[in-house]
Design a protein around this ligand. Sequence first.
Ligand code: ATP
Length: 473
Amino acid sequence: MDQFPSSSFVVRTERSLLGKERLQFIILVGQTGSGKTTQIPQFVLEAVKTSDKRHRMMVACTQPCPVAAISAAQRVAEEMNVAVGEEVGYSICFEDNVSRSKTVLKYLTDGMLLREAMADPLWDRYRVIIVDEAHERTLATEVLLGYLRKVLRRRPDLKLVIMTASTVEVEAEFQDYFDGAAVMKVLSVHHPVDVLYTMAPECDYLEATIRTVVEIHKQKRPGDILAFLTSEEEMEEACHGISAEIGKLGDEFGPVEIVPLHSTLPPAAMSLQKIFEPAPPAGRKIVVSTNTGETSLSIDGIVYVIDPGFAEQKSYDPRVGVECLSVSPISMDRADMRASLAGRTAPGKCYRLYTERSYNQDRRARTEPEILRALELLSDLGALDGKGNLTRLGNIMSEFPLDPRMAKMLVVSPCFNCSKAILSICAMLSVRDCFRKADDEEARARFVDTDGDHLTLLKIYKAFEHNILRVDY
Ligand SMILES: Nc1ncnc2c1ncn2[C@@H]1O[C@H](COP(=O)(O)OP(=O)(O)OP(=O)(O)O)[C@@H](O)[C@H]1O
């Protein structure tokens, strides 16, 4: 990408980019919904196509979660009037929808691009790499950026675009890390958002969310609703609750379309498009989302945001050496990001289901980047030495596209003669819970092993093998 072709964006550059044809990397800042994910890769692709034909042609655009990669590929393929999997494709864990000969623009999760580096360490097939949603500071994005900085020195023809919907501090941090990289800004219109707090803390945020959705539907002017919850189970419960309560209202307040949004929504490609479809005539769309709806997918028409103030977040407990996923209060910057989504297409309202005091006093200003929590874990597992270098064990572990604890379990399992069992346990831990509905509780109880969840998973897998694959032990 020697220069961006003209676009419909109003772009303000901090330094003149167009005169500097040899810039190797830039940071592009734009509010969520301004078109970074769907438009910039197309401009870049256009520029790549018109540049020196001897160069490699492929453009990669990374996303923090599978559902965002699929959604972007679908949208861009539609805009370019091509089929997904041909000129525009996507690659996520366990699904590669690309054509070796045709794909020139590939949306993929940041983890998948890192995996590609194992076989192709300098990403030789790519001419431009676009790292999207960099402000989310996921572990994979941070590792990717660290590695990219090294690769750029060895591949002067490789260009990097870092895209973020960040705050000024985050922007400065990226600029600092990439030697004062130029910043481009996509200026977009943003409407005012009224932020409302509860007078007293809510003791049950799920119930409060359902109640608030129903009240908005009964009392407020047209506009879609986006409600944040912390897990898929909560979302399912909320969708049922909202549907039941709104059903009781009869036809008086108009129809609703309730759409769940989760990063691993199955089957992602099929249900995804519903999120972008307009609300039913004279009705309302209600999107119930985990934090995937914060920045990974921009949904038009949202006027009301309901923020209970919690998210499921990973934390590492060094005392027991276990990483746990717990529901904890979100930081102020994430609360502000959620609120801003109400003002994308019209003036909006954000209902925070917590007190103003809780916003000001109980929350961190920013979310701690995941990478800081991961370092401690790697040292405890013996993957890093005292100086922070990879040990021999760490090197072997890095070959596995797995959580480090699972990688270590697998690497050391031959010493304990249990590789096959550990392999099955790792596979079971890598997929979504195989029991999901409340009525599966009885079935789950049949497999419970008093020695812990891992052995329960192994029992389930063995039963599956025995009954479905007819393998005898
Ligand atoms: N799969 C899709 N189907 C329909 N509309 C879409 C789809 N993906 C994006 N859009 C729409 O395209 C517009 C631009 O979205 P885009 O995701 O490119 O913005 P963005 O700046 O990258 O935001 P974010 O930071 O949230 O990813 C938005 O109005 C969005 O609703």
